[in-house]
Ligand binder design. Structure first.
Ligand SMILES: [Zn+2]
Length: 330
C-alpha cells in the first residue's frame, strides 16, 4: 500500500499496525480494535482511505455490540426468512418507508427499533401476528408472499432450534413466576444434566458466558423486554412441544430443585462452577463477553458432579443443589 506522508512530503510505502482506538458516541466511550497506517520511512502516522473505512466498520460493529443493536446481516436474514422487501416491512411496522433501506445501507437503528427487529428475527409467531394485524398497510401480494414464507418456517427449521424453544415453553408453562435470568440458568442445568445422564446434549446451541451467568442468546433476545420481572406469556398451550418423555421428566426435576431459587441465587451458583469460570478466564467481573461455554467443559463438569454425588436418577440432582446452596450461603 502507498500513501502520501506529510512529513516526508512524498509518496511512500505504508505499513499498518493494530491499535486500540476509542471514540465518544452520544456521550459513551466506544472502544474498538482499529488500525493505523504509518510511513515506512519516518514511521509517522499517515492517512489511508482503506484504513479509515476499516476503522469506521470496526467502530460501527463495536457500537452495535456495546448497545446490543441488530447487525445488518441479521436484518438481511429477516428479509430473506419472511420473504418481504425493505419497504413493505418498514410500512408493516409503521415506520417511514425508507427506514429499513437506510439500516441495510449501514445507518444505525435506534434501540427500540433494533429490539423489535431482533425479536422478529427469532420469534416467527410474533412476526405472523404483526403481519396479520397490519396487512392493510402493504399490498395483497406482499402480504400473501410473506405469510406463506412465515408459515413454511417450522418445517424448514432444524429440530435443534425447536428443542430449545420447546424447553423454554415447557418451563414457562410449568412455573408460575420465572424471570429471564432464572430461565437461562434452568436451561443451562438441563443441558448439563441431560448430557451427564444420557450422554447426549439437549440443545445444539451453545450458551455464552455472560456477566450474569450462562446465556442462550436467542432466548435472551426473545425475553429481554421483561428485564428482572417474571415472563408473562399469555395463551401458552402444550401443543407443539418437541421433547421426549425423558426430557420433560428431567426438566420437571430441574424446575423442582433449581426453580425454587431466585435468578440471583442461581447466578451465584453458576458463577461458582467450572464451565462458566473457565470461559471467563481473564475477564473482569461484570465485563461483557460473548465467549462460548464449551460443550466439552459442560460435559466434563456435570459428569463429575454425577459421579461425586453417586446420582442414579433425576431425583438425586437435589443433593447437588443442596450442597451448592450450603457452600454459597450457609
Ligand atoms: Zn514519512
Amino acid at each position: 500500500m502507498k500513501g502520501f506522508c506529510e512529513n516526508c512530503r512524498d509518496m511512500v510505502d505504508c505499513g499498518e499496525k493494530n491499535v486500540n482506538k476509542e471514540k465518544s458516541i452520544k456521550g459513551k466511550t466506544v472502544r474498538y480494535a482499529g488500525k493505523e497506517a504509518y510511513c515506512e520511512e519516518c514511521k509517522e502516522e499517515i492517512f489511508a482511505a482503506e484504513i479509515r473505512d476499516y476503522n469506521l466498520m470496526q467502530l460501527d460493529a463495536a457500537y452495535r455490540e456495546a448497545e446490543d443493536l441488530i447487525k445488518v446481516t441479521d436484518i438481511e436474514r429477516i428479509l430473506e426468512r419472511y420473504d418481504i422487501g425493505k419497504r413493505p416491512l418498514s410500512l408493516l411496522l409503521g415506520w417511514g418507508e425508507g427506514t429499513l433501506t437506510r439500516y441495510v445501507d449501514g445507518d444505525t437503528p435506534s434501540k427500540p427499533y433494533s429490539d423489535i427487529l431482533k425479536r422478529i428475527l427469532v420469534d416467527k409467531a410474533y412476526y405472523r401476528e404483526l403481519l396479520e394485524l397490519n396487512k392493510k398497510r402493504i399490498s395483497e401480494v406482499a402480504y400473501r408472499k410473506s405469510m406463506a414464507a412465515a408459515e413454511k418456517i417450522p418445517e424448514t427449521e432444524g429440530n435443534e432450534i425447536s428443542k430449545l424453544e420447546s424447553a423454554v415453553k415447557y418451563v414457562l408453562m410449568e412455573t408460575s413466576e420465572i424471570t429471564p435470568l432464572a430461565l437461562q440458568k434452568l436451561l443451562y442445568y438441563a443441558q448439563g444434566f441431560k448430557k451427564a445422564f444420557t450422554d447426549t446434549f439437549m440443545f445444539e446451541q451453545d450458551c455464552e458466558a455472560w456477566a450474569h451467568g450462562p446465556v442462550y442468546r436467542d432466548v435472551y433476545h426473545k425475553y429481554r423486554g421483561y428485564g428482572y420481572n417474571p415472563i408473562e406469556e399469555g395463551r401458552l398451550h402444550y401443543g407443539n412441544i418437541h421433547l421426549t418423555d425423558d426430557e420433560e421428566e428431567l426438566l420437571d426435576h430441574i424446575i423442582l430443585y433449581f426453580g425454587c431459587y431466585s435468578g440471583k441465587v442461581l447466578e451465584h451458583m453458576t458463577h461458582s462452577e467450572e464451565p462458566w469460570r473457565s470461559a471467563r478466564r481473564g475477564l473482569a467481573d461484570g465485563e461483557r463477553s460473548e465467549r462460548v461455554i464449551e460443550k466439552q467443559n459442560i460435559d466434563v463438569y456435570f459428569k463429575k458432579v454425577k459421579e461425586k454425588f453417586k446420582m442414579l436418577n433425576f431425583t438425586d440432582i437435589k443433593d447437588y443443589t443442596k450442597d451448592l446452596f450450603c457452600k454459597l450461603y450457609a
